[in-house]
Design a protein around this ligand. Sequence first.
Ligand code: DAT
Ligand code: MG
Length: 137
Amino acid sequence: AQLERSLVIIKPDGYRRGLTGEVLRRIEAKGYTIAKLQVTEATRDQLDAHYAEHEGKPFYEPLVEFMSSGPIVVAVIEGNDCIKGFRSLAGATNPTEAAPGSIRGDLGRDWGLKVQQNIVHGSDSTESAEREIAIWF
Ligand code: DAT
Ligand code: MG
């Protein structure tokens, strides 16, 4: 096991729906520590940096627009293997395909849903985590 940090974002849909407490509860129940936490509104520069790997893809502009549509909660979590662990807690990118028991599987809505409205973001590697933490904190 390796002690890691991951950058977690509760996206505007999660915040708007009042799921902040539920997501943080699942993180703490898993045994991860919430090291940093803030409610903020993303700037275009932060989103361009955060989602640089997706720039130019067809879903990029709708994604950035959605991420700018309201407050978000940004956290740094810590724990053993928490990068993979949080992505497992989050479930598959598309909530329609996310397994029951996961955040997206349990809480993602299938009615009129867009894939970007999937409640949470979690870093996908140690390099991404450090890069993303520097963007938001
Ligand atoms: P993840 O958030 O699971 O790491 P990702 O990094 O591939 O997924 O994509 C970033 C976000 O972009 C994702 O949370 C939702 C949105 N997205 C990804 N693929 C999409 C698609 N095919 N259509 C619409 N939105 C998409
Ligand atoms: Mg990703």
